[in-house]
Design a protein around this ligand. Structure first.
Ligand code: SF4
Length: 127
């Protein structure tokens, strides 16, 4: 699918090889510099995040949206952690025990306890 903002993509005006440097894992600094001046970088970064989702670094390639493979993979991981923490809070609000939550999400009791404690402290601070 092609979006209108793609007409302004600076990467379409240079050698595509710059964006997929040797081994596909080592993002070219030159490519990231080009992204840094690209007028559609915000749109591109949002598109990249939507397309790549939660992929690990192994399955990501090249510079995209002004970010390296590692930068994008870290951001994807952070959103997974946020989603997990929200799930823990929702299950807590439904009255499930930490052991049940841990078992259902396949994580440790300790992680559940840490998230619940942080949430409780947030609630107390906001009260
Ligand atoms: S931000 Fe980078 S990858 Fe995205 S359109 Fe611009 S130059 Fe291309």
């Amino acid at each position: 699918m092609k979006y209108a903002w793609m007409d302004e993509a600076l990467c379409a005006q240079v050698d595509p090889g710059l964006f997929f440097s040797e081994g596909h894992r080592n993002t070219s600094r030159k490519a990231l510099r080009i992204c840094g001046t690209c007028p559609v970088q915000p749109e591109c970064a949002a598109f990249a995040a939507a397309v790549e989702g939660d992929l690990t670094a192994k399955y990501r390639h090249g510079a995209w949206g002004g970010k390296s493979v590692q930068q994008r993979a870290l951001e994807g991981g952070a959103s997974r952690v946020d989603d997990r923490d929200e799930q823990i809070i929702r299950m807590t609000d439904r009255g499930l025990t930490p052991a049940t939550i841990a078992a259902q999400l396949g994580i440790s009791d300790r992680t559940v306890g840490r998230v619940r404690k942080a949430y409780q402290q947030q609630q107390e601070a906001a009260a």
